[in-house]
Write a protein that binds this ligand. Sequence first.
Ligand code: FAD
Length: 432
Amino acid sequence: MKIAIIGAGFGGMAAAYDLKKAGNEVIIYESADYVGGLASGFKEPHWDWSVEKFYHHWFQSDKYMLELIRELGWEDKVIFPRPLTVMYHKGKFYPFDSILRALLFPGLGFGLDKIRFGFVGLFLRLTNNWKALEKVTADSWMLKWAGKNVYEKMWKPLLVGKFGPFYRDVNMAWMWARIKARTTRLGTFEGGFQNFANMFAENLRSMGVEIRLGARVESIKREQDKLSVKSDGGSLSFDKVLVTTSPNLMAKLSPDLPENYLKGLLELKSMGAVVMVLSLKHQLSKEGYYWFNLPKKAGYPMLALVEHTNFVPKEHFGGDHIVYAGDYLEVGHEYFSMSDEQLLERFTPVFKKFNSAFERDWVKKVWVNKTSYAQPVPLVNHSKNIPAIQTPIEGLYFASMSQVYPWDRGTNFAVEIGRRAARMMLSGNQRG
Ligand SMILES: Cc1cc2nc3c(=O)[nH]c(=O)nc-3n(C[C@H](O)[C@H](O)[C@H](O)COP(=O)(O)OP(=O)(O)OC[C@H]3O[C@@H](n4cnc5c(N)ncnc54)[C@H](O)[C@@H]3O)c2cc1C
């Protein structure tokens, strides 16, 4: 078969790997001039490693990602340092990355609330019945079972931070998936995620996959027994096509899809993200904290502050200290239209709360990354609204972050759905 894949993110490349191995001719179209998609990174001339545009790490439970890396023979390049994640309480930050540390966290006191917090966490870790949990919102379930105090202190800030105005609408299966599928140990690839993406792309090329960079696909149309893919470089015919973009873009690329499928794509909700990367002259968190969970209520202008060089040594970045300040936002939010300078003015005043010695002249350079498609929003009974991987147009397949549900999006699940889509394309006529 001759197959086109739209998108050289982790999902598209994982699908290409299996489709090529099965003996097909595969062409990947990628509109950017680099591979890696949302997990891509960039590098300054004096850095050995790249920095992800949006903070990224793997969990030890990311089995699809780690399995793929093992198949490629690169498991010795995966490292799992032990970075520290901290929670805010009354102006201070407390490590929160083990059961013991959760027990010692003063934010919940040391009585009934802590017991409820523990039991709810244990229940969610043990149950597999996410179908029951998707029928209710995380807001109502947590209020009922964890109680008002635990919910407001621990879970509500996470929901508000990630989903803003939709925080009350997100279903409980999303929360379950986060607790179920995540570990406190966090990993990365030597050289950064971009290094993995580049090595993977090189491997695909050596297998015979053609990767067309800077090739934006404009439309996909059924023409007799083939699918015609039109890009800025002209049109080509394929037996099968896999699209790995956002649902919105999929709807634009293939307007001939039946109305109910298109409607399903367009009704999916998602949040965008604005993430600033800063290189600093000095370490921000003297305690060596990696990830600060920040409650909006306490006046922080971002959801997370992440000191990357408290996870990966600064020596990989020529001694620069790399810090992220990021937030999940609706696309109309002011951060999307603010200049880098304006965002810097908004973010840096609170840096003194992480290190009172911080001065503006610590900032060497700033990069701002924005995406309109960062985090799908799963509403109640979301499983009924997921678009099928095999679309109603014969030979046309769609695999995106919005379809990995009940799991939360991530490169691990991009690999899983990419490979699942490849299996379906190889076996012909299943629906998924
Ligand atoms: C802020 C943030 C933090 C994250 N943190 C983590 C994390 O810590 N760990 C983790 O594992 N994951 C994380 N993720 C999620 C992870 O980045 C995604 O789940 C994963 O990269 C999705 O891969 P994909 O291949 O499905 O899609 P994408 O990476 O979006 O790939 C789609 C590709 O299609 C291309 N494309 C779009 N339109 C066209 C067109 N018309 N023609 C040709 N090409 C086109 C795009 O350029 C892109 O390269 C995070 C994401 C964000 C936004």
